[in-house]
Ligand binder design. Sequence first.
Ligand code: PLP
Length: 362
Amino acid sequence: MSLSFDVHPDPSPATAEERAAVLAAPGFGRHFTDHMAVATWTVEDGWGDAKVVPYGAESFHPASAVFHYAQEVFEGLKAYRHADDSIWLFRPEANAQRMIDSAERLALPTLPVEDFVASIEALVRQDTAWVPAGGGEDSLYIRPFTIAHEDFLGVRPARTVRYYCIASPSGPYFAGGAEPVDFWVSRHYTRAAPGGTGAAKCGGNYAASLAGQEEAYAHGCPQVLFLDAAQLRYIEEFGGMNCFLVTRDGRLHTPELTGTILPGVTRRSILELARERGLDPVEEHIEVDDMLARVRSGEITEAFACGTAAVVAPVRAFKDGDEEYVVGDGTSGPVTMGFRQTLLDIQYGRVADPHGWMRKVC
Ligand SMILES: *Cc1c(COP(=O)(O)O)cnc(C)c1O
């Protein structure tokens, strides 16, 4: 039986003025809407107690398993306001399925696709006023997550689990919008090992990525490129985004999914669009030294990162130790910007949606 998220409205939501002040300059992940969706799972009864409640702090037992063993998975997607004020999600069923896959890897209970989507729709309908205007790149970022809630320090899957869905009005992920950024090649730190959790969207992967990210910052790079953990030889992905290269012949290349790379919905969408355009994209093992040599020789003409938050972010240069490898002429390339524009146009309803990727909420 599927869950029904009953709404318990916030008796004192933000005023229209407070909301307008947030929406005028939302930033990323700093402000939250009036409500959140929650559900509880127990080993005895499965999922239940689904509701939309006022957003706010929760109290947790210090022994809650998530704090100790990081049994947690999350998702990230957006709600977009179209010109006629209708509100839409982009491929939410793909996020729902990925959270099921992530939960299985983390030994967490899985939330059925329809319940995941229902939680988002109930929350967004309740907080429609928080979905930013659609003219630019603002949207309502939605963060569903599942955590081990049982207060027990034994190491085993938790027997009580909580699901939450929170929402945050957001502007472009990078302050500079689509300005090309520098990526640091992490030759020491890795984020995901074979047999590990690299293909799951879980907090632990991010915890493991932060030292590499800090190293990138220390070298003046806002982002990091991780290599495979076994050999430090092949490129895998960026801190929280997948990686694409464009060669002089116009072809797209991306690392193949080997179980240590997060299967991005944006990555998959770009591959599907590229195939339709006859661009014959290649998913393959890409050696980092080979890639850097081909950037330097000019054979790789563009590189970009992709993910829900940033959509498509052009790479200006890769930095590897003291060496800098500028991609193309260091500006945003036409293939990169073309995919960026197509995705945004579909998401904001400015072009037809022949794939049926958009799902109307209200
Ligand atoms: C979420 C995420 C991505 C991008 O996935 P999308 O579904 O496109 O948003 C890429 N890499 C990592 C590590 C991620 O967590």
